[in-house]
Design a protein around this ligand. Structure first.
Ligand code: NDP
Length: 284
């Protein structure tokens, strides 16, 4: 048996096409969704990510601002820029590219973003709203995981979903979103006993641990949906997921590849959040 490959690139492209039409319609009504990205310093990966976000905005016909600040910018300077963007009507979403230089308190920065412009979904109020089931902007990578599963025709309700990883940016919010979709959810982590046994009970297995190829077919129930969030750079320079794709694809029913699975969805969901925020603030 060979699993169906969940093509994140294609799903992301489909979503972006849908959004191009949606943005065009919004613009006709006088609303142009706008995203501001703040980059502090010269982290090589961050520069690439910020460039991709700017490109995606342009591709979709949205308004984009990128604020590139020197690595030695003070926390007060970053906070002052956020305050300005919080009050700027042309901006519906504010994203501060992480990680920030060490002298800046990440939490103070995230907390300063207006909740209805929190397109990364990391503000404590956004997280709280997600947990209690209120309307909120959803964290991009976790929301992308749900979108991939749904658009592959898999019904989440009633399934046993096992999430391996409990970080605030991936594991916990993925688990909350799966719960909201009426899955029965188990969360595993580095202290979980019998990980293999628990993972093997999953109808849907989401892996976000940050260890290349750590999960092989022994952890996978035949026919399960396997979503690999991991992005690991190998010594060879190649990218690898947390899931050993070759071994797991012989057992799984559906599986995401790395690259080309969850990765392409993150920025697409950021665009979706920016559109959602623009519609909301304009009462649409
Ligand atoms: P973190 O390092 O913050 O969290 C890793 C989690 O995995 C922790 O909860 C840890 O447990 C758990 N864990 C680590 N090792 C094991 C193990 N051997 N068995 C079981 N659980 C384990 O990572 P992130 O959540 O930030 O990221 C996870 C992966 O996802 C990374 O590869 C990252 O690059 C990728 N990622 C991809 C994104 C995308 O756009 N596609 C976006 C964000 C992340 P404990 O809590 O006990 O320490």
């Amino acid at each position: 048996m060979s699993a169906l490959i969940i093509d994140g690139k294609q799903i992301s492209a489909d979503m972006r096409n849908e959004m191009i039409s949606e943005v065009a319609e919004l613009k006709q009504k006088g609303v142009t969704p706008g995203l501001a990205v703040i980059l502090v310093g010269e982290d090589a990966a961050s520069i690439v990510y910020v460039g991709s976000k700017e490109k995606a905005c342009i591709q979709l016909g949205m308004y984009s601002e990128v604020h590139r600040m020197a690595a030695d910018s003070s926390e007060e300077q970053v906070l002052a820029l956020i305050e300005k963007l919080n009050n700027q009507d042309s901006i519906n979403g504010i994203l501060v590219q992480l990680p920030l230089p060490k002298h800046i308190n990440e939490k103070a920065i995230i907390d300063a973003i207006r909740v209805d412009k929190d397109v990364d979904g990391f503000h404590p109020e956004s997280v709280g709203n997600l947990v209690i089931g209120d309307d909120s902007l959803l964290p991009c990578t976790p929301a992308g995981v749900i979108e991939l599963i749904k658009r592959s025709g898999v019904d989440i309700a009633g399934k046993h979903a096992v999430v391996i990883g409990r970080s605030n940016i991936v594991g916990k919010p993925v688990a909350m979103l799966l719960l909201r979709e009426n899955a029965t959810v188990t969360i595993c982590h580095s202290r979980t006993a019998n990980l293999e046994e628990i993972a093997k009970q999953a109808d849907i297995l989401v892996v976000a641990i940050g260890r290349a190829n750590a999960i092989d077919s022994k952890f996978v129930k035949p026919g399960a949906v396997v979503v690999d969030v991991g992005i690991n750079r190998l010594d060879t320079g190649k990218l690898a997921g947390d899931v050993d794709f070759e071994s797991c694809q012989t057992v799984a029913g559906h599986i995401t590849p790395v690259p080309g699975g969850v990765g392409p969805m993150t920025i697409t969901m950021l665009m979706k959040n920016t559109i959602t925020a623009a519609k909301k603030v304009n009462g649409m």
